[in-house]
Design a protein around this ligand. Sequence first.
Ligand SMILES: *Cc1c(COP(=O)(O)O)cnc(C)c1O
Length: 499
Amino acid sequence: MSVVGEKLQPTIFELSRPGRGGGKIPHPPADALDRIPAAARRAAPPALPELSEPEVVRHYVNLSTLNYSVDTGFYPLGSCTMKYNPKLNEWAARLPGFAGLHPLAPDAAAQGTLQLLFELEAILAEVSGMAAVTLQPAAGAQGELTGILMVRAYHRSRGDLERTEVLVPDSSHGTNPATASMAGFRTVTIPSAPDGGVDVDAFRAALGPRTAAIMITNPSTLGLFEARVGELLEATHAAGALAYMDGANLNAVLGRFRPGQAGFDVMHFNTHKTFSTPHGGGGPGAGPVGVRDVLVPFLPGPRVVREPDGTFRLEREGERPSSIGRMRSFFGSTGVLVRAYAYLRAHGGTGLREVSDDAVLAANYIKARLAGAYEVPFERACKHEFVASAADIKRRTGVRTLDIAKRLIDKGYHPPTIYFPLTVEEGMLIEPTETESLETIDGFVAALLEIAREADTDPELVTSAPHEAPVRRLDETTAARQPNLRWRGMTGIERPCSS
Ligand SMILES: *Cc1c(COP(=O)(O)O)cnc(C)c1O
């Protein structure tokens, strides 16, 4: 069976015909080549495809329509908060004053952008209950690294050099243990309790004079509010360690839970999730980090400073020697930060609270409607996302979560996150966000209920899905381990991907 359906067209190189081209571009002067020094000239023309302008346009526009996106449909990818991105944000980010600013422009020519960044830091500090915020990190993962490096600097500044461990729950995102390792710590994994929360007894047993920090995702990657978070934080501080909050799930608690006020010492935001920048294609993002007072001296530099006369400037080299230094070139992903600012200002405090309320309502509604057809391992009310499981369906029919995800594609929906967190057998992490209508959500629920019925009546239909997608099942292991992402001219030895 071919994995390639008829919607996939030949590559642009295969469409190429020698001598074909746009032809409407003014021809260069006759002596153009002579004006280029011989040493700078190519020996042979580049191996570019030759096509007419409409052929090129159609090729790429047709390819673009194969993409699934938030702008084309519902995208319930748990942990990622794939909400609709208001076009107002795009307008703001494209304003020439922001988009056209040179990254090396002197402060005097960059006052508008510096003011926006200064105000964005203050808004995020307000939202999180933290004392100060850095906007520099390029994504949540880099925010984690920034935060843990500040924790390291804090302990070192106190001469406390024995702290070599970071505690991380077993449901955490892979970036948490990766961050701990990159910062030179040993990761200690804490198991979950049956209710999905951190096992507090195991946590207390692991905590000690070697603990530098704990990293808690709240709400957790199971979509559950960490009910005993107060106890965890108290024990952490009593042991002399600091508490990091992975804020990727902040969309669930805006206006209702302020991590800094609750006692967390440091956290990151994923502006591209919570504050709506298009993401999913791998960036760019932004992962600002908020800190409590004790970590302020260690924030990366340069920070934006407001002078007594109201003007803004960047910190000068060496101005704050306690800083952990620079985490990213220039001032971070400024275009993403403009979008976050626009989103935050457009919503305001009450708007942000509504965002969370609606996201939580939508998740609980889907969870309630799926119960019965799918297992929901954690009964208590979820936050903005929840885990369903197809373990029972698999035992009964042989249909796995992966098959259900593929079958959803046939029904016009992007699949949810599957097999994450790793702690749930045949898990599906479903996150609807606040931006979907009841009709859209009902359509998604109907599709999942129909697939559960198909698993019983015609399992083959599900295990061989997708039937309607541009490609059928791919060998995902080979695709991940040996990605072949570039077209190369066939020399005769190589062969096109086997069909
Ligand atoms: C997305 C996510 C991260 C990593 O954030 P990036 O911005 O993708 O680097 C970390 N933790 C959790 C729980 C996440 O969902």
